[in-house]
Design a protein around this ligand. Structure first.
Ligand SMILES: Nc1ncnc2c1ncn2[C@@H]1O[C@H](COP(=O)(O)OP(=O)(O)OP(=O)(O)O)[C@@H](O)[C@H]1O
Length: 509
C-alpha cells in the first residue's frame, strides 16, 4: 500500500515536473545536468505554480489540505506559489451514508434511528476529514452531527509518513530547499491534522468559545451535546444563518455590512486580548451570519492560545509600530527574551525601520496588521528570533480577518477599531488597575495561606536555629580538615626539600 502510494507520488511528480522545480533552481549542479539529459523530452507549458497545484490535486485530499496550509506560509514560500496554492479547494465527494451510519452505530451501539428522532441521510457538507449531517435529538432539538471519514486515520498516517520522507530528502539533498524548512512545515501540518482527528478536542474548543461569548451581542457559537459526542462523532446545536461569502443574501436579510465588518474585527481582538483563545480557521466557509446580524462561528478544529507574554508582545508592538517607535518595537523583542539579549538594539531597530517604513506610505486605514506582523517576524528571524507557532497562527488569522473585513467594507479602518482594544489592554496591565487585578487574582491563594502563617513562621524560625547549629558544626569540622591539610602540606614541603638537599649533596660530593 505504502509502496503503491510512493510510486504514485513519484509518477505525479514527474508528470507535473516537480523535480524540475528543484533541479532548475540547481541547474548548474551535476545532478541537475544529468537529470535534464535523461528526461530531455519533457516540456512544460504551464507555470511551476500551476503544475504544483495540479500535482497536489491529483495526489488527493490530504495533499490538497497540505497545499492549503502551505499557501498561508507566505513567510517561507515565494508569492507565485502561495497565490496559486490559495486556489486549492477542499472538494471531496461525500462518503456513502451507509458508512456514516455504520460509524454512528458502532459508536452508540444502537441503530441510528434509536439514537436520533430523525437523521438526514444526505450530508449537508463533506470535506476530506469529516462530513456533517443534520438530525434531531429525541426531544426534538435540531442538531448537526459531524462524523469522521471512516479509515481516514490510516490514510493520514500513510500520507504523513511519505511527506516526512519527502521533507527529509528535500532537507538533505537540496541546500536551497532547506530555506523552506520542509521538516518543520510537515511537522506543523502533522500536528494540525492529528488535532482534527479528535472530535472531542474540537467539541471542547467549541464549548470553551461558547462560554467566552455567552450573551455576546456579536457572536453565536453552537452548544455541544456531550452525551452524544465521542472521538469520531460530534453533535452540536444546528445553527441557522447565511454563509458570509453570500453578501447579497446577507444584505437581503437586513444586515449592515459595514457594522458586520467592524464586529468581525472586534470579535477577533476580544478573543485575542480578553481571552487569549482565538478561532484560527476563519475561512469564509466557517462563518455564517444569523438573521439578527450576529456572526455564527463553526469548525473549531484549529484554535490558538496566547499567554500574557504573547499578548503583551502583540499590544506593545502594534502600539509602538503605529507610533513609528521602532526602538520600542526592538526593545519589546529584547525585553521579552524573543531575540538574544546580546542583540544590538540600533541594528535591530534599523532593520525593523527598513521593512516597516514603506508600509506607512499608505493611509492608516489601508495598512495590513497581518502583513506588518509578517514583515516583523521575517526581520526578527534574521536576528535569531524563533517565532512561536501561536504567533504565526495569529498572524495568519489576522490576514483572514482583514481580507474578510475589507470584502464586506472596503473602507474598513482596522486600526481605528483595534486601537481601543490594545490601549485598554495596556492600561489594564499598568497602574492601580493592574494592582487591584493582581490582588484579586492572588487573594484566594492568600486566603488559604494566611491562617497557616503563624505556624509557618514558627516552623521556619525553629528550622533556622537548627540550621544554625548544623552550620556551626560543619564549620568546625571544616576548620579541623583545613588544619590537617595544612600540616600535611608542611610535611610534604619538608620531605621535598630534604630530597633536593640529598640529591645536591650526591651531585657535588
Ligand atoms: N452546527 C452547525 N449548524 C449548521 N450547519 C453546520 C453546523 N456545523 C457544520 N455545519 C455545516 O457543515 C459545513 C462543514 O462544517 P465544518 O466546517 O465544521 O466541517 P469540516 O469537515 O471541518 O469542513 P472544512 O474542513 O471544509 O472546514 C459547514 O460549512 C456548515 O454548512
Amino acid at each position: 500500500m505504502r509502496l503503491l502510494r510512493l510510486a504514485k507520488i513519484i509518477t505525479v511528480s514527474l508528470r507535473f515536473g516537480l523535480d524540475r522545480m528543484i533541479l532548475d533552481a540547481d541547474a548548474s549542479g551535476r545532478l541537475g545536468r544529468i537529470w535534464h539529459r535523461v528526461f530531455f523530452w519533457r516540456r512544460f507549458s504551464e507555470p511551476r505554480a500551476v503544475r504544483l497545484r495540479k500535482a497536489l490535486e491529483s495526489l488527493g485530499p490530504i495533499f490538497v489540505k497540505f497545499g492549503q496550509m502551505l499557501s498561508t506560509r507566505r513567510d517561507l514560500l515565494p508569492p507565485d506559489l502561495a497565490d496559486e496554492l490559495a486556489l486549492l479547494q477542499d472538494r471531496v465527494p461525500p462518503f456513502p451514508t451507509e458508512q456514516a451510519l455504520a460509524v454512528l452505530e458502532g459508536f452508540y451501539g444502537r441503530p441510528v434511528d434509536a439514537v436520533f428522532r430523525d437523521f438526514e441521510r444526505t450530508p449537508v457538507a463533506s470535506a476530506s476529514v469529516a462530513q456533517v449531517h443534520f438530525a434531531r435529538l429525541p426531544d426534538g432539538t435540531e442538531v448537526a452531527v459531524k462524523i469522521l471519514r471512516p479509515g481516514i486515520e490510516r490514510v493520514i498516517a500513510h500520507d504523513l509518513a511519505l511527506m516526512e520522507v519527502g521533507a527529509m530528502l528535500l532537507d538533505k539533498a537540496w541546500p536551497e530547499g532547506r530555506r523552506l524548512k520542509p521538516r518543520e512545515v510537515v511537522a506543523e501540518f502533522s500536528k494540525y491534522l492529528r488535532d482534527e482527528l479528535d472530535l472531542m478536542r474540537e467539541a471542547a474548543n467549541c464549548s470553551q468559545l461558547r462560554r467566552n461569548f455567552k450573551d455576546s451581542p456579536l457572536l453565536l457559537v453552537p452548544e455541544v451535546y456531550w452525551d452524544w459526542c465521542g472521538r469520531s462523532v460530534m453533535v452540536m446545536e444546528r445553527m441557522h444563518g447565511v454563509p458570509i461569502s453570500q453578501t447579497a443574501a446577507v444584505t437581503a436579510q437586513g444586515t449592515d455590512l459595514k457594522a458586520l465588518s467592524r464586529a468581525g474585527v472586534e470579535i477577533f481582538f476580544t478573543q485575542v486580548f480578553r481571552d487569549g483563545f482565538f478561532h484560527a480557521d476563519m475561512h469564509p466557509g466557517n462563518i455564517f451570519v444569523h438573521a439578527d446580524g450576529r456572526y455564527i462561528a463553526l469548525d473549531f478544529g484549529i484554535m490558538g492560545t496566547l499567554n500574557e507574554v504573547d499578548k503583551n508582545y502583540l499590544a506593545q508592538n502594534f502600539l509602538a509600530f503605529f507610533k513609528r517607535d521602532y526602538k520600542r518595537v526592538a526593545m519589546a523583542h529584547i525585553e521579552a527574551g524573543w531575540v538574544p539579549a546580546k542583540t544590538r538594539v540600533d541594528e535591530f531597530e534599523a532593520a525593523i525601520r527598513t521593512v516597516c517604513e514603506p508600509i506607512f506610505d499608505k493611509p492608516l486605514k489601508d495598512i495590513s496588521f497581518g502583513k506588518t506582523l509578517l514583515r516583523l517576524f521575517q526581520t526578527a528571524r534574521r536576528f535569531e528570533m524563533e517565532v512561536q507557532p501561536q504567533l504565526v497562527l495569529l498572524q495568519k488569522t489576522l490576514l483572514n480577518i482583514e481580507g474578510l473585513g475589507r470584502q464586506l467594507d472596503p473602507e474598513l479602518d482596522l486600526w481605528k477599531t483595534a486601537k481601543p482594544f490594545l490601549e485598554r489592554w495596556m492600561n489594564e496591565q499598568m497602574g492601580w488597575r493592574a494592582l487591584v487585578r493582581g490582588i484579586k487574582e492572588e487573594a484566594p491563594a492568600w486566603a488559604g495561606t494566611l491562617p497557616q502563617l503563624p505556624r509557618l513562621v514558627h516552623h521556619n524560625l525553629v528550622e533556622s536555629s537548627h540550621h544554625h547549629v548544623v552550620h556551626q558544626a560543619a564549620l568546625a569540622s571544616l576548620a579541623v580538615t583545613q588544619r590537617r591539610q595544612g600540616r600535611l602540606l608542611a610535611l610534604l614541603v619538608i620531605a621535598a626539600a630534604a630530597l633536593v638537599a640529598l640529591e645536591l649533596h650526591r651531585l657535588l660530593g
